[in-house]
Write a protein that binds this ligand. Structure first.
Ligand code: KG4
Ligand code: ZN
Length: 375
């Protein structure tokens, strides 16, 4: 039976927290200091991507990911501590992603964190990866609760009302694939390379966004859910029917990117209405975008323009904090630690772990994608 150490959190002082992230294909460690007023100093933020390992397969292979995390986690940890300039003993807590994600990777990071926490006699914070993304704007911005979050990555596509620490209401989510998966699949079908999002964006810059007619799944629906599977299939058909020239690649990439942007913006518009209903906020509100797909320039521009017309401030964290990173996990850990929300040393690794408490009833019935569970 594992025991948490006696809670001795410095409520009135800055907290120094180490975070670990290993739920998909990035092995990452970060040390940060969070002050009681919410300001954050990121002392180190080390991310080792596994793109090279997975590139030959055109997607993330769970077994390869787990082995790569095992190889990389120790040197990444050592580098994060060394770069931060802090001593192990100065840490106030150890935070690690405990799910959702590819279970082999999650176990690797969580076990590492448990070993460290036990050896150092420090509190362990088992962080929900999605909470890391949800809090990521608070790494660099003064972003008080509540706010609307659009989380679009290779594993997740969700719209959430973030009303407080540990308080998330899901306004919409994908019923099939994640947005990043659609970008990756589109790139794969046309042989553009991996990861697909940036490649599609590059090719799209040379193409005509109205060249190919593609569907806008869920557009105009009353709820704020997404669906990307049909769009993915339509792109594969369009490529099959094309003359497979570079012009065709550019036109299909541009048309796909426009369809994705239109679809996401339509769903965000719906979520803005639901968000105001949920929070009762009437004046200026905030919308935040996070996840790897948040790097897409067309999407960012569209969101910014839409936010203005709907009286929302648009917050897009720097790209390095949009994709998977450990600083966001360390921050979630520090916020939880400050609130006295720590975990026992036998906290489980959870491949599926919805962020919102009432998600069990509404969670989409989907399985694992190439980038992990579509939670
Ligand atoms: O958040 P992330 O780094 O990892 C996951 O949790 O999945 O997101 C990776 C996803 C990939 O699907 C990648 O193709 C996509 O983000 N992505 C982009 C762009 N950059 C990365 N999608 C569209 N446009 C981009 N510029
Ligand atoms: Zn993520």
């Amino acid at each position: 039976m594992a025991h948490a150490p006696k809670l001795d959190v410095k409520q009135d002082a800055a907290l120094l927290v180490l975070g670990l992230e290993s739920s998909c294909d990035e092995t990452a460690a970060s040390v940060l200091r969070r002050y009681t007023d919410g300001r954050v100093d990121i002392l180190s933020n080390i991310v080792a991507s596994q793109d090279e390992e997975h590139r030959p397969f055109g997607g993330v292979v769970p077994e390869i990911a787990a082995r790569a995390h095992m190889r990389k986690i120790e040197p990444i940890l050592a580098k994060a501590i060394k770069t931060s300039g802090v001593a192990w003993d100065d840490l106030d807590g150890i935070a690690a992603t405990a799910g959702p994600g590819l279970i082999g990777g999650v176990i690797t990071g969580l076990m590492g964190a448990k070993g460290l926490a036990m050896a150092l006699g420090k509190p362990l914070i088992a962080v929900n990866h999605l909470e890391g993304h949800a809090l990521s704007p608070r790494l660099t911005e003064d972003c008080p609760f509540p706010y609307l979050l659009l989380l679009v990555s290779g594993g997740h596509s969700q719209l959430l009302a973030v009303t407080g620490l540990g308080q998330y209401e899901r306004l919409g989510s994908t019923v099939d694939d994640a947005a990043g998966e659609a970008f990756d699949k589109t790139a794969k079908v046309m042989g553009l390379g991996f990861p697909g999002g940036p490649q599609v964006q590059n090719w799209a810059a040379r193409g005509k966004p109205d060249a190919i007619k593609l569907p806008r799944p869920m557009k105009g629906r009353d709820h704020a859910d997404f669906s990307f599977a049909g769009l993915k299939t339509a792109v594969a058909r369009a490529w099959e029917a094309s003359d497979k020239t570079d012009t065709a690649k550019a036109d299909i990439a541009a048309s796909f990117q426009r369809a994705m942007t239109d679809t996401i913006l339509d769903r965000v518009g719906r979520a803005m209405t639901l968000y105001r209903r949920t929070t009762g906020e009437e004046g200026q509100a905030r919308i935040v975008v996070a996840g790897g797909v948040a790097a897409n320039t067309e999407l960012r521009a569209g969101l910014k323009a839409m936010a203005e017309t709907r009286d929302f401030d648009f917050i897009a964290p720097p790209l390095k904090f949009c994709g998977d990173n450990a600083a966001m996990i360390a921050l979630a850990g520090a916020e939880r630690l400050a609130a006295g929300m720590i975990d026992t040393y036998d906290a489980p690794a959870r491949p599926r772990w919805p962020l919102d408490t009432d998600a069990a009833a509404t969670a989409p019935k989907s399985g694992y994608g190439k980038k992990g569970p579509k939670s």
